[in-house]
Ligand binder design. Sequence first.
Ligand SMILES: [Zn+2]
Ligand SMILES: [Zn+2]
Ligand SMILES: [Zn+2]
Length: 83
Amino acid sequence: MKVKIKKWTGVGTWSYKVDYDNCGICRQPFHGCCPYCKWPGETCPVVWGQCTHCFHIHCMAKWLKAQEPREQCPLCRQKWRYA
Ligand SMILES: [Zn+2]
Ligand SMILES: [Zn+2]
Ligand SMILES: [Zn+2]
């Protein structure tokens, strides 16, 4: 599986790319980290799907594992593919 991670260096860079700023899985804001990241400040990258939804990579990994073998986007239920 090829996973492409888009990293945003500047805070606020993503804000005009998405019309929401919370992870659809854990509901934590993207400028923070997901609940699985124990240490504040740890990098918690955001992954994008072809359906244009995005999530913390850790939330998505956990979600996809639970969805196997039919991985779908938690928000729109389309087949999940990394963008
Ligand atoms: Zn999350
Ligand atoms: Zn995380
Ligand atoms: Zn989606």
